[in-house]
Design a protein around this ligand. Structure first.
Ligand code: GRF
Length: 199
């Protein structure tokens, strides 16, 4: 099993999908050991606690510089023996120390079909607002490896979702979560963990 940390910032529905998949036995190569939130108010922390998973907060407000925060997060992950990092609704950039410590071992879930509607400024509802403004008929979600540039790492999985007449950003976000994110993230994390165990 690969000790896995899940980094969160908000509601934690993707974390919940991972926790539920683990409880259902669908993640045989994954052990979610730690949930780290970028802010202490993230509801995702309550989801982790309810599942008995250790939590921590690593907020920019607690560090004088991004480098100090990067160092602290890297130390936290390594002290917990983490081998795989999942960004699940995590809104901070990953710093160079964490990236160097976890090469091709950090995955992110993005709520569009990359390369559409991604990069700096495209997160949460803004992604779906842009998709609706463009008038696309198909959107979806992408799981990709994380590198030093937003949303540019190798794509691991994608799933398409139809845009429906009358969709609002909120109804589209919910459908993309239900029909894509919550399905492909657990699958991609399990597949990567299995590969890591074999290397
Ligand atoms: C989701 O749309 C996810 O794709 C994006 O952040 C949003 C909230 O995710 N990365 P969660 O409910 O906190 O998992």
């Amino acid at each position: 099993m690969v000790n896995t940390a899940v980094l969160v910032s908000g509601g934690g529905t993707n974390l919940q999908a991972l926790l539920d998949a683990q409880a259902a036995g669908s993640l045989p190569h994954v052990q979610i050991k730690l949930v780290v939130a970028s802010n202490p108010n993230a509801y995702a922390l309550q989801r982790a606690a309810a599942a008995g998973v250790e939590t921590a907060v690593c907020s920019a407000r607690d560090y004088d510089t991004p480098a100090a925060r990067d160092e602290a997060l890297c130390r936290l992950l390594q002290n917990h023996g983490i081998g795989l990092v999942v960004l699940a609704g995590y809104l901070s950039m990953i710093g160079p120390k964490v990236l160097a410590a976890y090469p091709d071992k950090i995955v992110n879930i993005h709520p569009s079909l990359i390369p559409s509607f991604c990069g700096a400024g495209y997160y949460g509802l803004r992604v779906h607002e842009a998709a609706l403004a463009k008038g696309v008929k198909i959107t979806g979600a992408t799981v990709h490896l994380v590198n030093e540039n937003y949303d540019e790492g190798r794509i691991l999985a994608q799933k398409a979702v139809a845009v429906q007449d009358g969709d609002t950003p909120e109804t589209l976000q919910r459908r993309v979560m239900e029909q894509a994110e919550w399905i492909i993230l657990p699958q991609a994390v399990e597949a990567l963990a299995q590969q890591l165990e074999q290397t």
